[in-house]
Ligand binder design. Structure first.
Ligand code: UDP
Length: 242
């Protein structure tokens, strides 16, 4: 059994990684902090980390049960999960089912329009550059990942979308888009990592179009706490009681 965490390895905007006594396993702790626009806008609410951690845990379990390789091992506490230590591919992979956010601006298409097939985009994970969008040639020049690895990431990202889209739809939620991250686990397999929740996905109530995700905070559209509680209720299957 893995002992309690003893060493903080990394602290990001929304999560902290701790070492465990097993070098192959880390603790991923979800913080209550919210950031947007490359951390230019900051917020927090009590319980946010626990909501996102438990939402992510359910989604990772669902994906694993359907054959998607994931870093998730188990939920330890409401805001801590045990994960495989990954060597991350420095890319953010966005899968889109509908137009929103930066795509609406870039293509001049109104938000909400359905795309005829899921669109995959690549972003270079570099805070100092503002995570620029990159194409496969850029990725090749920067030696971030080989073409074979990109093909594999794309395949896992699309499979993830194929599983999550109907999962959310059955719960009255539109999966508009989501950002995924990948890495290599200690066994040398490419797996899905990071988190999957309202911080990293756009989720709209199907009937009303009301947003439940971080756009509530980004654009001051309403209570992000209430949005995340709704996502939790739909994904986990009962209301959050903590
Ligand atoms: N996203 C994210 N982290 C980022 C940028 C985007 O998790 O650093 C997510 C975002 O929440 C949305 C999707 O990726 O679900 C697509 O975001 P978009 O490119 O439209 O950028 P945004 O308008 O959110 O900056």
């Amino acid at each position: 059994m893995v002992q309690p965490p003893d060493a903080k390895l990394y602290e990001g905007k929304a999560k902290i990684l701790y070492a465990t006594t097993d070098p192959r396993i880390l603790v991923q702790e979800f913080k209550d902090d919210l950031t947007a626009f490359n951390a230019q806008k900051k917020g927090t609410f009590f319980g946010k980390g626990a909501l996102n951690c438990q939402i992510s845990a359910v989604l990772f379990e669902l994906l694993a049960s359907r054959g998607v390789p994931v870093h998730f091992r188990s939920l330890e506490t409401p805001r801590r999960m045990l994960i495989d230590r990954l060597e991350m591919v420095p890319l953010e992979v966005v899968v889109r089912n509908r137009v929103a956010g930066s795509l609406a601006k870039r293509l001049g298409i109104p938000e909400g329009e359905e795309l005829s097939f899921p669109v995959v985009e690549w972003y270079y994970k570099r805070d100092d550059l503002g995570d620029p969008m990159v194409n496969r040639d850029h990725i090749r020049v920067l030696k971030l990942a080989s073409d074979a690895v990109l093909d594999k990431i794309r395949e896992i990202a699309l499979k993830t979308n194929e599983i999550l889209l109907p999962f959310y739809r059955e719960r009255g939620i539109l999966l508009v888009d989501m950002k995924l991250e990948f890495g290599w686990n200690p066994a040398g397999d490419l797996v899905l990592g990071d988190e999957i929740d309202g911080d990293t996905s756009r989720l709209w109530e199907a009937e009303t179009g009301v947003r439940l995700d971080k756009d509530l905070f980004r654009m001051d559209l309403g209570s992000v706490k209430e949005g995340y509680e709704k996502i939790y209720e739909k994904v986990v299957g009962h209301a959050n009681e903590s």
